[in-house]
Write a protein that binds this ligand. Structure first.
Ligand SMILES: NC(=O)C1=CN([C@@H]2O[C@H](COP(=O)(O)OP(=O)(O)OC[C@H]3O[C@@H](n4cnc5c(N)ncnc54)[C@H](OP(=O)(O)O)[C@@H]3O)[C@@H](O)[C@H]2O)C=CC1
Ligand SMILES: Nc1nc(=O)c2c([nH]1)NC[C@@H]1CN(c3ccc(C(=O)N[C@@H](CCC(=O)O)C(=O)O)cc3)C=[N+]21
Length: 382
């Protein structure tokens, strides 16, 4: 995890064993096999500040993080007279996309981050869209660029995401950022917001990740895959399940931590869950509800009422991962802003070199690599 993440470190030893004076495991109301004797969740309420009655309050965690971001932004403003800026590009008129973009804009205003918006019709050509991305790439007041997904079918999503400057890729979707996220000993410049938010929900409640069996349901580039990589980097043993997985129930049943990101309403049943596990529900599915003004309500990928009876902790939908996604987008934009405004460099390595020096070294490395490549291509390397 990036050293710049707002998480705190914590010693896990006390939750584990018998005879350690450790708090007792979370109550297990559903009998059954496969349960371990220790809990990942402390019963010391001071260590689980955002868990009440086994429900993880994502809104409260997000609010805390946004408070931290607001004070950092005001520090930057006082000291340098500059604030971080986020640009959002939205194509077409999807209602859900418009809602998310509106929420992001309001969240930026709340913490003092400048926001810029480009709304394009769904007839926009790929070249035009790329031009707007390039314009934001070279705009000094923009430190983060988010192109709202999904994009219309005629646009090559990968090409657009790869065009975003890696230094402004606050979604963390650029192939270089994803590549670094997956590599041992490397860190991305930005961690994808939703998985980053899931990790914060665990970390800020001191939930033990190291050594846990984690199951991620879903393998998308934006949620499932990066969530699995982050859990792996935190020393969980990770299994990813997807639409071709056989007997998913028995795999989920072994999980101490479940991250559900399939986009299927209440796919995960109470009986699939190991007693005392922790469930992070990313799914955001609209189901018809005539009692609502909008005509629908949001439901997760997990049977929430059932999970609440079995799990030690579970996130609700809404009010769980969703608000965290937005908080982490602000966090990433702040990080991007700080690298530029304070000159803390374009690499997330822990080196203390100033930004300009890191950039110079990085450029020198690129030039050297290109020279060696040309030399080898010329047959002289044989
Ligand atoms: N709260 C938030 O902030 C966010 C919420 N979301 C929500 O999270 C969910 C997932 O989003 P996203 O990753 O973009 O979705 P995708 O549709 O891109 O990916 C879904 C993944 O789930 C797998 N899957 C689908 N059906 C099943 C099944 N029956 N059993 C097991 N695996 C299955 C798919 O498998 P395969 O690869 O084999 O097709 C795929 O890997 C959605 O509900 C989305 O709305 C997304 C982003 C942010
Ligand atoms: N480039 C890009 N980056 C994204 O991060 C991205 C995207 N495209 N496309 C769509 C998905 C989805 N997404 C959500 C963000 C916030 C909530 C959220 O805050 N949800 C609230 C409820 C919102 C409501 O009431 O509608 C909650 O769960 O409590 C949900 C989903 C980001 N995504």
């Amino acid at each position: 995890m990036s050293s710049s993440s707002p998480s705190r470190t914590h010693s896990w030893a006390s939750f584990d064993g018998e005879g350690s004076g450790a708090p007792s495991p979370a109550p297990m109301s559903s009998g059954g096999s496969g349960g371990s004797s220790s809990s990942l969740v402390s019963s010391d309420a001071s260590l689980t500040p955002f868990i009440k009655d086994r429900v993880i309050d994502g809104k409260a965690v997000a609010k805390t993080i946004q408070g931290e971001i607001a004070s950092e932004v005001s520090r930057l403003k006082d000291r340098y007279g500059r604030v971080p800026g986020l640009a959002v590009v939205i194509v077409g008129a999807r209602k859900d996309s418009q809602t998310y973009v509106r929420m992001k804009k309001k969240a930026c205003a709340d913490v003092g981050i400048a926001s810029f918006e480009k709304c394009l019709p769904d007839t926009v050509s790929q070249e035009e869209l790329l031009k707007f991305v390039r314009d934001f790439n070279s705009d000094k007041s923009v430190h983060g660029i988010l192109v709202q997904l999904p994009l219309p079918k005629h646009i090559d999503e990968s090409a657009v995401l790869a065009e975003i400057s890696i230094e402004k890729d606050v979604d963390g979707f650029h192939p270089l950022n994803i590549g670094r996220l997956c590599m041992k000993g490397r860190e991305p410049l930005f961690i994808p917001c939703t998985p980053f938010g899931c990790m914060q929900l665990l970390e800020r409640n001191n939930i033990k990740i190291k050594g846990a069996n984690a199951v991620v349901v879903g393998r998308s580039n934006i949620v499932g895959l990066p969530a699995a990589m982050l859990l792996l980097k935190r020393d969980a043993s990770v299994t990813i399940v997807h639409s071709a997985t056989q007997d998913m129930a028995s795999i989920v049943r072994r999980a101490d931590i479940v991250i559900a990101a399939a986009g299927k309403t209440e796919l995960i049943k109470k009986e699939w869950l190991k007693p005392g596990c922790v469930v992070i529900d990313v799914g955001t599915n609209g189901v018809e509800d005539k009692t609502k003004k909008t005509g629908y309500r949001l439901v997760g990928d997990v049977d929430f009422a059932g999970a609440k009876q079995v799990a030690a902790a579970v996130t609700p939908v809404p009010g769980g991962v969703g608000p965290m996604t937005i908080a982490m987008l602000l966090q990433n934009t702040l990080e991007g802003g700080k690298r530029d405004i304070e000159g803390t460099g374009s690499s997330s390595s822990s080196s203390s070199q100033p930004g300009w020096k890191k950039r110079a070294i990085s450029l020198a490395r690129t030039v050297a690599a290109a020279a060696v490549g040309a030399w080898l291509a010329g047959g002289r390397g044989k």
